[in-house]
Ligand binder design. Structure first.
Ligand code: ZN
Length: 154
């Protein structure tokens, strides 16, 4: 199951669970996704935070010391999440923070620079709008969106 933060055209945010991303796309395309607040069927996934670009790293390269991320960019998840999934997402977050560089809202720009070879090839994460993420995919740049859970380890 995949958890998506969803948003309707009026800006209402709510949660949805889907078997996989294809199921989500199909459901949304058929207009079967409905905002619980205003019944709009123009529903999109909310902010995709964060995303990762750069794909495989071919050789192990020393990571520059990661700058601590600025305070609380979390926006991606709302509502109850099963504890086991929550724990998995927290581990995923920790792993991303350990291995990737935080670039904040410059994510799309930096992903393009890496893709064009203008910046060092490395894993990055940051914030991108659905439109930015879609544009990157159309340019052949691999990005992932990941539910970003608050830290549990203090
Ligand atoms: Zn709505």
């Amino acid at each position: 199951m995949i958890h998506y933060a969803l948003r309707c055209e009026a800006g209402h945010e709510f949660d949805g669970w889907f078997k996989d991303s294809a199921t989500f796309e199909k459901t949304a395309a058929k207009g079967l996704l409905e905002c619980p607040f205003c019944a709009s069927t123009r529903v999109t996934r909310a902010l995709m935070t964060p995303a990762i670009a750069g794909g495989r790293r071919d050789e192990p390269s020393p990571q520059p010391p990661a700058a601590p991320p600025p305070a609380a960019p979390e926006k991606a998840v709302a509502g109850p999440i099963p504890p086991a999934l929550y724990a998995a997402l927290a581990r995923l977050r920790a792993e991303i923070e350990r291995t990737c560089e935080y670039v904040g809202s410059a994510f799309a720009e930096e992903a393009r620079r890496i893709h064009e070879g203008e910046a060092e090839r490395r894993g990055i994460y940051g914030e991108a709008t659905p439109e930015e993420a879609e544009a990157l995919r159309e340019e052949g740049i691999e990005v992932q969106s990941i539910p970003w859970v608050p830290r549990t380890d203090g």
